[in-house]
Design a protein around this ligand. Structure first.
Ligand SMILES: [Zn+2]
Ligand SMILES: [Zn+2]
Ligand SMILES: [Zn+2]
Length: 658
């Protein structure tokens, strides 16, 4: 209905075994370069269902609950003060304190050292100090957060050992002075931000909670207890209090996410996860992007450039059932791992192939390790964005087939998607390609803007301002709709879309052209005009004929050049001017010639000229308004020349006469 060419005989489907095999091949190459590694990803997690939850699942389960919270005292070691000195940090999850590995301050915030009348000193953010001061307390000194970095302190529980290093203060720009103490206790297994900060500062990762939410053996007397159990948290706080490490505790009401399936309070929990070290090729990705012709150009250093500047490693794995299986097999004894890059490789190692490369079949394939253990596939599947980013290779089952086609098609001349694909397809294509070949997979990227309503507002069902495109096609015709969007504004701008605008645009191009066509058809019919029976060299035709012919060829030249520059909008406007000239000047000034009786050379010139212009126009407008183009072509060209290609869309694009 829209006039859109798609090759349904050769789609690429990411679920096909051939596609998966190519993806595996790419992953193996990435692994061979040393970029595939296992790390952790902190996600909302239900310890009862033993599964991670997506953000929309989490959003379904928020409940107001009262949890025991504690402001714990972390004793400063080697301090300059003669009195006992502590850094205070507040937590709503006392069960994370045994896993504390660092304290984070904001480097740009000011902190105060309170000297309490009880003889102790406490560091807190200056903006929050009033919450911690009683009558008679005083400020001993102040310091910026960045000046507190590296101060060693004693953890409140003895379970984390940092291999000879001490617990210290680090910085995180996510720390605020909106609540608590302006100091955040870091337990990297239980907070996304904690994880990031600790990784950045090279602080060790520890996780003392098993997949069912129970403390592991590492936590001595608390081993085996469920971390969200209220009694456990009370016991932990009592333990601290007995050692004078509690500044304050209270039951705090807050909104906390629960599992929508089983109502268990969720944990933020570090799950083993596989990553691709995209940061290792960051500079190459930036260089590749710089060489791409981004339209509009500001995407290069703006939206996409910023995204690349803040690049993090690609979290590749997903704990789901459906998807492209991660082709990594691991020994259950010695931990040896092997990445598989083809079916042939799998067959050689395992002696058999699965019915298909998906779960569950793929997980039946195993072989024995040199150590006597068994090589089993890891349970994860991969991020669908890696599938999409593999498209230049996998659509051709490269490198197993189509080497010639691949070298011809790669890198692609041109891709186009909406602006929200910056972090999606534009990124995944560039990342996979840069990792594997070092090159950009595309040369020109046309980034589309969004369609808005008459007042420039986003269309949404709730506002009732959505225009159904099929309804608009019904009302105005597909060509009018296409031409409106093409000629209205550059495609990367937001486009206002409303019926009146489409109707106005239609009157200026589609309607005019159809009127000209109808005019020709009517009078050529009356006169039984057959262009094959007449010949008048252009040079011998009247001035207006030569003028409109020149306008035609000038337009062909312009449209061709503009399309080569991916500027379909200017090209559409040039076409609109030509049709306007044709209708307003050529037809209107020449009516008498078509109406004349008989068929002298002057009248034949007029018919020939209009016939030639319409024939050329049908080819020229074919990419813009394919249906009218075809109608014109069939009536003007094919009806007179049975040997012409059967469709305008099989013709060459017209070339201008010099
Ligand atoms: Zn659950
Ligand atoms: Zn509270
Ligand atoms: Zn082994």
């Amino acid at each position: 209905r829209l006039g859109y060419w798609v090759d349904f005989d050769k789609p690429y489907m990411t679920l096909a075994d051939d596609y998966i095999e190519s993806v595996w091949n790419l992953l193996k190459k990435i692994d061979e370069k040393g970029y595939l590694y296992q790390g952790h990803r902190v996600s909302p997690y239900c310890p009862h269902c033993e599964t991670t939850l997506s953000s929309h699942e989490v959003a379904q389960g928020y409940k107001d609950v009262k949890d025991l919270t504690v402001t714990a005292k972390f004793r400063v070691l080697d301090g300059q003060e003669s009195e006992p000195t502590y850094i205070l940090a507040w937590t709503t999850t006392p069960w994370t304190l045994p896993s504390n590995v660092a304290l984070a301050v904001n480097g740009e915030l000011e902190y105060s050292l309170i000297h309490s009348s009880n003889g102790e000193n406490y560091w807190v953010a200056s903006g929050l100090k009033d919450n911690f001061m009683a009558d008679g307390d005083e400020i001993r000194k102040t310091a910026m957060g960045r000046d507190l970095v590296g101060i060693p302190y004693e953890p409140v529980f003895p379970y984390v050992t940092l291999e000879g290093k001490r617990h210290v203060v680090v910085t995180s720009n996510h720390v605020t002075e909106e609540s608590g103490t302006g100091v955040v206790h870091m337990s990297p297994a239980f907070g996304e931000e904690d994880y990031r900060v600790c990784k950045e500062h090279g602080v060790v990762f520890v996780n003392f909670v098993d997949l069912t939410g129970l403390f592991t053996e590492d936590v001595g007397p608390y081993a085996g207890r469920f971390v969200k159990d209220e009694a456990l948290n009370i016991d932990l706080v009592k333990d601290l209090a007995a050692r004078n490490l509690v500044f304050e505790k209270h039951k705090h009401e807050h909104s906390y996410p629960h599992c929508w399936r089983c109502d268990t309070p969720l944990l933020y929990y570090a799950i083993d996860s596989w990553f691709i070290e995209t940061t290792a090729v960051k500079q190459q990705m930036i260089a590749n992007s710089q060489a791409v012709n981004w339209m509009p150009e500001h995407i290069k250093d703006g939206r996409f450039g910023n995204f690349l500047d803040n690049l993090v490693d690609w979290n590749l794995s997903r704990s789901r059932y459906w998807g492209t299986p991660l082709p990594v097999w691991k020994c259950n004894q010695c931990g040896e791992r092997q990445t598989i890059g083809s079916k042939a490789e799998l067959l050689e190692l395992a002696g058999q192939l699965p019915a298909e490369l998906h779960k569950p079949y793929i997980d039946e394939i195993s072989w024995s390790c040199n150590c006597g253990g068994e090589m089993k596939r890891v349970p994860e599947v991969i991020d669908v964005w890696f599938d999409s980013g593999s498209m230049p290779f996998a659509q051709l089952h490269y490198p197993f087939e189509n080497q010639e086609a691949f070298s011809r098609l790669y890198p692609a001349d041109y891709i186009s998607e909406a602006v929200d694909q910056t972090r999606g397809w534009f990124f995944s294509l560039l990342a996979v390609s840069t990792l594997v070949t070092g090159q950009s997979p595309y040369k020109n990227v046309l980034v589309l803007g969004h369609v808005l309503d008459e007042n420039g507002k986003k269309m949404s069902k709730s506002k009732g301002n959505v225009i159904d495109p099929l309804e608009a096609i019904e009302l105005h015709g597909a060509d009018a709709l296409r031409f409106y969007f093409l000629s209205n504004t550059q495609p990367w701008n937001s486009q206002r879309f409303y019926h009146k605008a489409v109707a106005e645009s239609k009157a200026k191009f589609v309607d005019l052209l159809q009127n000209v066509h109808a005019f020709y058809a009517l009078y050529a019919g009356i006169d039984g005009f057959n262009p094959a029976q007449h010949q008048v060299p252009v040079a011998e035709r009247p001035l207006l004929d030569r003028w409109v012919t020149a306008r035609l060829h000038e337009t062909i030249r312009q449209v061709d050049g503009l399309l080569a520059d991916y500027d379909a909008t200017s090209a559409a406007r040039v076409l609109q001017e030509l049709v306007s000239d044709l209708s307003t000047w050529y037809i209107r000034r020449n009516r008498d010639r078509f109406w004349a009786s008989g068929m002298d050379a002057d009248k034949a010139s007029a018919f020939l000229t209009l016939n030639e212009v319409l024939a050329m126009l049908s080819k020229l407008i074919a990419p813009f308004t394919p249906f009218i183009a075809e109608e014109l072509y069939q009536n003007i060209v094919r009806s007179a020349d049975a040997s012409a290609p059967v469709s305008v869309h099989l013709c060459d694009f017209p070339a201008a006469d010099e």
